[in-house]
Design a protein around this ligand. Sequence first.
Ligand code: FAD
Length: 544
Amino acid sequence: MKNVLIIGSGISGLACAVKCAGLGLYATLISPVSSERSQSVMAAGGINAVTEECEEGDSVSCHIEDTLRGGARIGGKNAVTGLCEHAGDIIRYLEGIGTVFSVDSNGRPMIRAFGGQSFKRTHYCGSSTGKQIVSALIMEARRYEADGLIERKLRLDFHSALIKDWECFGALLYDEKKRLLVPFYADALVMATGGQNALFGKTTGTCLCDGYAAGKLFMQGADLKNLEFIQFHPTTLETAQKKMLISEAVRGEGGRLFYEDGGKRIYFMEDKYGPKGNLQTRDLVSREINNIGRDVYLDISFLDKKQIDVKLPEVRDLCRKYGGIDISQTPIPVAPAVHFFMGGIAVHLNHETNIKDLYAVGECASMYHGANRLGGNSLLAAIYSGWVAADDIFGRTENKTHPDFDRAIRNEEDKLTGLMSSKSSFSVIHIRDMLSDTMRKDMNMIRTESTLKEGIDDVDYLLSVAGQIWYDSSESTYTNYSLTGLLTLARAALTSALSRTESRGAHFRNDHPDMDDDYAFSTLISYDDGAYNTCLDKERVYEN
Ligand SMILES: Cc1cc2nc3c(=O)[nH]c(=O)nc-3n(C[C@H](O)[C@H](O)[C@H](O)COP(=O)(O)OP(=O)(O)OC[C@H]3O[C@@H](n4cnc5c(N)ncnc54)[C@H](O)[C@@H]3O)c2cc1C
């Protein structure tokens, strides 16, 4: 039986495991914490699909066009077509396995508007869509666990992939409890490790998705793609620890953005873009808020209180708990913050990387969203990509015998033992904080050549510090060994942003404010013995 190792147990990892098991493959799903604590459970607003319940005039081709236009024309056309064509099946599948979508009093699915979409096509479960989908997928995974086709293992971190001659044979995992590196051989390795939040520290997501896996694989030869495209969500609520997301669902239900001038409310998005102004794409709304340069608010207080209770209960609770705000009475103060990473591990249509039998799915892979993601398309892509990878592994991968990795593993063990026995005056968290300060300052929503070059200098300095052998015993071993991978990923992202001398989607260069047709391609970056080589994917190697 083919044996698949999946790293990460959010929606994409779970969807892939369940699909593998359905095809008769044996899937092992590993993560440091349970699926219930993955970032996927935070997804609030919904999942996009054109179904028969959608508005008249909507169509799959319209969903495809909205996604490509929203992504500023660099999302892979064939990939996006597959995604949108399967969206209806995915909703039906999710219903079939017990996802409880919101329905009206006649039992008809409730569907809301999301940004950048020509029609309402976002299906949702109150404001806890991610949680519902994760729960349903866990139940499916348990069923296959009972059949001996899925095994879920916790408290394991990814360390590195086992690669020889551009072919992957599994991964080295770190067992934090036993303080041991554990080799795990597999016929295929699927990365489902989510976004790159640790690069920026305070985001709407969780730093459990830190981006280390992408950084490490890059150092091992995997190409990365479109790292400069980082989505700033327009509406977040500032708290001490986090940027709490105020879901696009609020604007989907009619929420209005405004600022005050001389006691008068100025609905700036509607003034500039008309009735659909509040639901423009996220890159545009975030920049408009940024340009206002004063406090901006989101008002939903005009909505009937019962409607708020039914459609936005989590947003209501979150604002009450973290901001002391009753959204049925008071507008919410909002500001843009880092939310989603369109860039990540480069994959072909089948979700395989440039390394044989190494796959990437979900938010850690870069494929569907081009330069800017539409709200509601990520949950869809997480499930679809998991399915595509599973199908491909089923159809292609062989049962294989692995070459001898003993020496390579001993090397890694020695390096780790050396690291753990060293002492440091540096705090690993301090270096991580310096990294996120740099990224927030130099790779913010608005960039220039000089900010990006400053960022590169700062990260190079941090890399030189991290290159010295040292160990911060107050933090986990993973936090220590992951540092170089994170810094390398940050350096790659800054380099990609520097190389794109135009503005497109979420990447806005103040020194090159216009979109340039010559750049209507994805950015690829490879790590060649420590060099960071960028090029545009003009051959469309990764987007067939
Ligand atoms: C607040 C919020 C609201 C959102 N709302 C929506 C929405 O309404 N609709 C929508 O479409 N999208 C939404 N998104 C985006 C969407 O939720 C995510 O893009 C999607 O869930 C990602 O799923 P995933 O499986 O790729 O990753 P995740 O769910 O992030 O899972 C990643 C997994 O990898 C594991 N992992 C990470 N690093 C390692 C490592 N080094 N070793 C081992 N394991 C590792 C993690 O523990 C976790 O299990 C939202 C995002 C946020 C933050």
